[in-house]
Design a protein around this ligand. Structure first.
Ligand code: FES
Length: 141
């Protein structure tokens, strides 16, 4: 099933929103990371916290050059979401924890569709009141 999130212009790079399709009562977080869209279930696999209400952040990465001192860099700013309950951190692009574990939050495909494509699919689309002009972000639930 397709769910209209809204116009692409309402979700610029670095922005996110939480939508509530009928099939996923807890909601789904939709993220624009440098023009690419990703979606995660708003339920943390740890203890069910509202994951997508968490802060966006980055993470550290180390570099061990043979001829210099080791260096630590801050990387991937805005690509990691930190659960507000116990601060487990998840990679928005994969849904996996950034630490070693088998825990993963459910992710959903997101597409960007033209107004014409969207009109063709209208019969099977659950919609929210938005003005559809130009490209639209659509969640595949
Ligand atoms: S419920 Fe998310 S870290 Fe515990």
């Amino acid at each position: 099933m397709k769910y209209v999130v809204g116009p692409v212009t309402d979700l610029p790079p670095g922005a996110s929103t939480i939508v509530y399709p009928d099939k996923v009562k807890s909601g789904i977080g939709v993220y624009n990371i440098e023009g690419e869209f990703f979606a995660l279930k708003n339920t943390c696999p740890h203890m069910g916290g509202p994951l997508c209400r968490g802060k966006l952040r980055g993470t550290s990465a180390s570099e061990l050059p043979a001829d210099r001192q080791p260096e630590v860099h801050w990387v991937r700013q805005g690509e990691i979401v930190s659960c507000p309950w116990h601060h487990w951190e998840f990679d928005i692009k994969t849904g996996k924890t950034i630490f070693e574990s088998r825990q993963k939050v459910r992710s959903y495909p997101v597409s960007v569709e033209s107004a014409e494509e969207l009109k063709r699919l209208e019969a099977g689309v659950e919609t929210v009141p938005v003005s559809v002009e130009g490209a639209t972000v659509v969640l595949h639930v």
